[in-house]
Design a protein around this ligand. Sequence first.
Ligand SMILES: *Cc1c(COP(=O)(O)O)cnc(C)c1O
Length: 444
Amino acid sequence: MLPGKVGTGFPIRKHGNETNSPVWHPFTQHGLNEPIPLVSRAEGALLHCADGTTLIDAISSWWVITHGHCDPRIVNAIQAQAATLDQLIFAGYTHEPAEDVARGLIRLTQATLPSPDPLAHVFFSDSGSTAVEVALKMALGYWHNIGAARHKIIVMEHSYHGDTIGAMSVGARGVFNRAYAPLLFDVETIPYPAAGREQATLDTLEGLCTAPEKPAALIVEPLILGAGGMLVYAADMLRGIAEICATHDVLFIADEVMTGWGRTGTVFACEQAGVTPDILCAAKGLTGGSIPLAATLARSKIFEAHRSEDRATMFYHSSSFTANPIACAAAAANIAIWENEDVRGRVAALGADMAAQLDRLAAHPALENPRQLGTITAIDMRVNEKAGYLSDIAPQLRAFCLERGVLLRPLGNTIYAMPPYCTSADQIGTIFDAIAEAADRLGA
Ligand SMILES: *Cc1c(COP(=O)(O)O)cnc(C)c1O
């Protein structure tokens, strides 16, 4: 590490002391003793730390908060529901909040992803990973129940679909899952359609779909691969991929866990490609990011393949908290916000503020590859060596921005911002000032 760079030259503000904590944090190397701020309160785009400092939540608390922290409409819905019906077994029983959310999701997807054969059924679970597991099980159950031997899954290079074993299996392999590799199932991979390399993606997919062993499904993050480095690709490509799947009767699964709820500028990213998936996964912003809930939506034929008088073909999946009423009340409040307010206008305004700021960074000699999709902006730090997720640059950038009151969490040398939709132009300015300063200080 060079003298004067983060980690040597300047003090790290202490937010909390983890020394005596029994908490084991996710994606955290406890051996490095990096500061772990203690956050006591949040409001809008701001996190209030126990030491009296505030942070701008520039990545929406890991891509989940959409309207803002502690949105009063969502808080009220949670409070009212918690005092009315807190939890209910969802096998054989139902409740109004779940019915509301299911109807709302079907309304919203039929309005934004219109199709003669629209998404028609909603299965609830608890996280993006479980929404993906459910999608994969639905796809395999579909082929099994209609008597076809199809179980191959096609994935896109650099994808991320979650951290459970099935979700890891359909995601990129790397340092994150090396220890578990023996347990992961085999998949077929199409290349990421980088600009200029689109035809290779379509040709590979065509080849896989016409191979003797017919694939069951393709799963893809529409328009932008999130954890893979905020890699964007064209809506035309998404449409091309969906069309090849449809031609060969391969189920098309859209993992909208990150891209859903306005992130990419539209409610769902598939809208920009005019694509209606066979199966759609939603989580993260489904409750405005307030409380865990996920939903996997399916076309009728998938539901119908499981419906019969034979108990052996029912969908064998549940979790204790399937469609938890409090979480559903939060999701219903979120859907009402989308249906009754100009959220699209807010998303567009935020996108414009970010575009102007990104333009300013684009000329920085230490930065390259500026890109934006809706409320997601990303730019890469030029690095000479050790690029990739474990490069030292990410924790240095993170610490540097934390010092400046901005919560960012770069993916390797990719710095991205994905703030809540209530973030003000001033706050956006502060976020990009921190990135520019980090580039000045840490740039090669
Ligand atoms: C975050 C994410 C997941 C996993 O969601 P969890 O709620 O963290 O399990 C799945 N797919 C995509 C595209 C994601 O970004």
